[in-house]
Design a protein around this ligand. Structure first.
Ligand code: ADP
Ligand code: MG
Ligand code: MG
Length: 457
C-alpha cells in the first residue's frame, strides 16, 4: 500500500481546495501549460489551461527508477525491431490480413526497403507508458501499458508541470512534500536529440519540419520543443500532410524539400490514425501486435542476443499479452477472455486513446468475430490494476470534485543511429497522467486524463 504524503485534512479542506484551484489555473496559464484548438494559419488567441490534478500523486522511488533505467533498452529494442523486416513481417502477418491501416503502413515499409534506404541516420523519440500494478500478490510492480513510437506527446508541457505543483504545495503549507517533486525537462531532452540529428545531417540551411494536425489541440506542447531548437538557431517549420503533398518533393539524392526549403528532420506529431492519410510513416515497431509478440519466449533474445540483463529488465515490465491469431492458441485466448472479461483489455492497432474494449463489450466483439479472422485485428492484454489515489481533477469548464484516481507514468526516450552505430541513446524525462477511476480508457487529448507529477515516496 503506497501512502499519500498529502494529508487528509488538506484534501478535505474546502476553502483551501478552492484557493489551490486558482493557483493551478494561474500557474498553468503563466507557463503556457495550455491545451486548445488552433487551426494552423488562423488567429485563434483564446486559450485555456491544460487539465491538471490539484495535487501530485505518490509514486514509489524504486518503481520510478526502474522505469527510467529500462528506457535505453526500450530505445534499442524499438530501433532493432524497426530494422528487422523478417520479424515485423511475421509478427504482423495476421494483423495485416484484416487491418487495412497497418497493412498500408507495412506496404510503405516494404517499398522503402525495396528502393533502398538512402538515409544513414535514424532519430527515434518515443514514450513508454506504465501503470503500477497492485493486483495479485500484494506487492506493487511496474507494468508497461504500451510504447508510443510516433507523436508521443506532453514532453513539452511536462517540462513545466513541476513548477505548478510546487507552487500548490507551498500554498498548502506542505514544504517538505514539495521537495519530493523532481525536476523534469523532456522538452530539452527531445530537442537535444533533434538538434544532434540535425547537426549530423550536416546542412546549415536545412530546417526541422514538425508534421502537425489540421486542428492542433496541443500546440503549446510542441512549442516548448520548438523553442529549444530556435534557441540553438535551428529553424523549425510546421506543416500538415496536405502542405507536404502540395509543396514537397524529393531531389535526385532523395533529399526532402518543402516549399523550397531543405528538410533535415521530419518530427511526426501526427500520422498515427487512418484519417491522417489520404493515399499517399513508420510506426510498425510500436504496434500493439508487436508488443504482444515480444512477450513470446525467445523473442526479446533475438534483439539482445548477448545482453541477458536488458532482456530481463524489459521482460520484468511486461504483463500478460495474448494472441488472437486463428488457431488453437487464439481460441484459448478467446475462451480465457470470455470467462473473465473484467480481467482483460482488448486492443486494436490504434493510437490516441479511446480505442480499447473492456468488460462485457469484449464478449460482444469476440462473439461477433467467432470463427472469423476479424479477431486478429486485436490483441488481448491483462488489465493492470493500479492502486487508486484521492485527488481533484481540474479541467476548463468542468466542475471539480474529489475523485478516486488512477495514474499512468510515461518515460521519454530518444536515440540516434548512424548506420549501425548508436550515437545517442537517452532517457529524456517523464510524464504522469491521471484519470478518474470511473474511466477505463483515454488520454489527455481524449478529454479523460489530466497532467500530473510524481511525488516520489
Ligand atoms: P493508446 O495508444 O490509444 O494510448 P493504450 O494502450 O495506451 O492505447 O490504452 C489507452 C488507455 O487505456 C491507457 O492510457 C490506459 O488508461 C488504459 N489501458 C490500456 N491498457 C491497459 C491495461 N492493460 N490495463 C489497464 N488499463 C489499460
Ligand atoms: Mg499509444
Ligand atoms: Mg497510450
Amino acid at each position: 500500500m503506497v501512502s499519500n504524503p498529502i494529508p487528509e485534512e488538506v484534501l478535505m479542506n474546502e476553502a483551501l481546495i478552492q484557493d489551490l484551484q486558482e493557483v493551478v489555473r494561474g500557474a498553468a496559464l503563466l507557463l503556457s501549460c495550455r491545451l486548445d484548438y488552433t487551426v494552423l494559419g488562423s488567429n485563434a488567441d483564446v486559450v485555456s489551461y491544460a487539465p491538471f490534478t490539484l495535487f501530485p500523486t505518490p509514486v514509489p522511488r524504486d518503481l520510478f527508477e526502474q522505469a527510467l533505467q529500462v528506457q535505453t533498452h526500450f530505445n534499442l529494442l524499438v530501433d532493432r525491431i524497426s530494422q528487422d523486416a523478417e520479424f515485423l513481417e511475421r509478427a504482423l502477418a495476421s494483423t495485416i490480413e484484416v487491418d487495412d491501416f497497418t497493412a498500408r503502413l507495412f506496404s510503405i515499409y516494404r517499398q522503402v526497403l525495396k528502393e533502398g534506404c538512402s538515409q544513414s541516420l535514424a532519430l527515434g523519440l518515443n514514450r513508454s507508458d506504465y501503470m503500477l500494478d497492485s493486483g495479485k500478490d500484494g506487492g506493487t510492480s511496474l507494468k508497461q501499458i504500451e510504447i508510443n513510437t510516433i507523436a508521443a506527446s506532453f514532453g513539452g508541457l511536462s517540462s513545466r508541470t513541476p513548477i505548478v505543483h510546487r507552487h500548490v504545495l507551498k500554498v498548502a503549507g506542505l514544504l517538505d512534500v514539495e521537495k519530493k517533486i523532481l525536476d523534469n525537462n523532456p522538452a530539452a531532452g527531445l530537442a537535444k536529440a533533434i538538434a544532434k540529428a540535425w547537426e549530423l545531417y550536416g546542412s546549415e540551411r536545412a530546417v526541422v519540419m514538425f508534421l502537425v494536425e489540421n486542428v492542433q489541440v496541443n500546440i503549446y506542447d510542441h512549442r516548448y520543443v520548438e523553442n529549444e531548437l530556435w534557441n540553438r538557431n535551428i529553424a523549425v517549420i510546421r506543416r500538415r500532410f496536405a502542405d507536404v503533398y502540395k509543396g514537397g518533393f524529393l531531389d535526385q539524392d532523395k533529399r526532402l524539400f518543402v516549399d523550397g526549403r531543405e528538410v533535415a528532420i521530419v518530427y511526426f506529431r501526427n500520422g498515427y490514425m487512418p484519417q491522417n492519410y489520404t493515399e499517399q510513416g513508420a510506426h510498425l515497431a510500436g504496434t500493439k501486435k508487436v508488443q504482444q509478440e515480444l512477450t513470446r519466449p525467445g523473442v526479446l533474445e533475438r534483439f539482445f542476443p548477448d545482453n541477458p540483463t536488458a532482456v530481463a529488465q524489459i521482460r520484468a515490465t511486461f504483463t500478460g499479452l495474448y494472441t488472437l491469431d486463428m488457431g488453437e492458441e487464439g481460441d484459448r485466448t478467446v475462451a480465457m477472455a470470455l470467462a473473465n472479461p473484467e480481467h482483460f483489455v482488448l486492443k486494436p492497432q490504434r493510437e490516441g486513446g479511446g480505442n480499447n474494449i473492456y468488460g462485457g463489450e469484449i464478449c460482444q466483439v469476440l462473439d461477433k468475430a467467432r470463427g472469423s479472422p476479424d479477431r486478429t485485428a486485436y490483441i488481448l492484454m491483462d488489465k493492470v490494476q493500479p492502486q487508486a489515489t484521492k485527488n481533484y481533477l481540474l479541467r476548463s469548464g468542468c466542475a471539480v470534485k474529489l475523485s478516486s484516481c488512477l495514474s499512468e507514468l510515461g518515460v521519454f526516450g530518444a536515440y540516434i543511429r548512424q548506420d549501425k552505430r548508436m550515437v545517442l541513446n537517452e532517457c529524456a524525462g517523464h510524464l504522469l497522467r491521471t484519470k478518474s477511476a470511473e474511466h477505463s480508457d483515454g488520454g489527455v487529448a481524449a478529454g479523460v486524463a489530466v497532467l500530473d507529477n510524481p511525488l516520489i515516496v
